[in-house]
Design a protein around this ligand. Sequence first.
Ligand SMILES: C[S@@+](CC[C@H](N)C(=O)[O-])C[C@H]1O[C@@H](n2cnc3c(N)ncnc32)[C@H](O)[C@@H]1O
Ligand code: SF4
Ligand code: SF4
Length: 297
Amino acid sequence: MFSITNVVYFFAERFKHAGGGRKKIKAALFPCYRMVCKSLWHFKGKLYLYHVELPVTQRCSLRCEKCSFMMPKFEHPVDYDVAALLGYMDKLFDCIDVIQIFRLLGGEPFLYKDLDKIIDKALSSPKVKTVDIVTNGTILPGADLMEHMRDPRLTLQISDYGELSRKKDEIKAACDAAGIRCVLRDEKEKTWFDAGGLEFRGRSGKELKKQMKHCGNICRSFLNGRLYYCPRASFGTKLGIPDPKSDYVDFTINQPREQLRRQIYALNQREVLSACNYCNEGTEDFVPIPVAEQVKS
Ligand SMILES: C[S@@+](CC[C@H](N)C(=O)[O-])C[C@H]1O[C@@H](n2cnc3c(N)ncnc32)[C@H](O)[C@@H]1O
Ligand code: SF4
Ligand code: SF4
């Protein structure tokens, strides 16, 4: 039924390996992604999201200065409540028709003691086509957790930060032995960029529209029951940038399913977002930086 979405997946996966050129390709293909979502919604009544991320914790075993989730800026990092997260996931899965990639991360997801339950829930929905877990390669998951990860729809992605990812080879070997799909993504594939500080940039509506188009972000952030357009918006609003109700879909309150579906669709098609005025992505100031440099204390 969703063969067009398989085409989107095929190309998007190939472009993951395009290193620094990935940003340009992403921006060029962004209108096509929107068009696919729009067509599915209007002609087939289907709500399709390519990529949704679920952070389970703000805690991390590394302190990367330019972390795009800004984790080191959280002075008192918290784990998100597992019962609440499972409930929000149920609601989200009930609302959508397809999520191509559902990505579990943190902070560092292997610090979260209930990750097994989150994995099971993600894999329980046939609407979720693939599940990724993204780890920084510092923590070897226990045998029990590995059992929950053994599924043909799940891939463990290890961000390879060189020596910082001190357990990466052990994790990879353990996954290979257990029959768990696992990929190491080094800096050739994973160029890092600096989105700048959280200060207000004073851009006009027209400038923001252009910026968002260049940014081409297709990765929605499901932060503790609120679906945001991107991680910059979700975590940025927890660090003080404005958090207007119109910029997220709220699963923490009761709303009719159809209303939620319309809001998700509209969020996915947004052309302006207030968080963009606190971000450099999509502008010339969004520059490549060394991967995972640690905060100097
Ligand atoms: C925020 S991390 C969370 C998961 C885990 N802690 C890790 O580092 O892999 C999620 C992804 O964002 C990437 N990332 C973090 N900061 C980045 C930046 N400034 N530019 C590009 N990617 C970044 C990481 O490499 C990782 O693939
Ligand atoms: S990018 Fe670095 S600081 Fe950010 S969550 Fe991953 S390991 Fe932690
Ligand atoms: S805040 Fe705007 S420019 Fe920055 S990542 Fe999100 S959508 Fe892109």
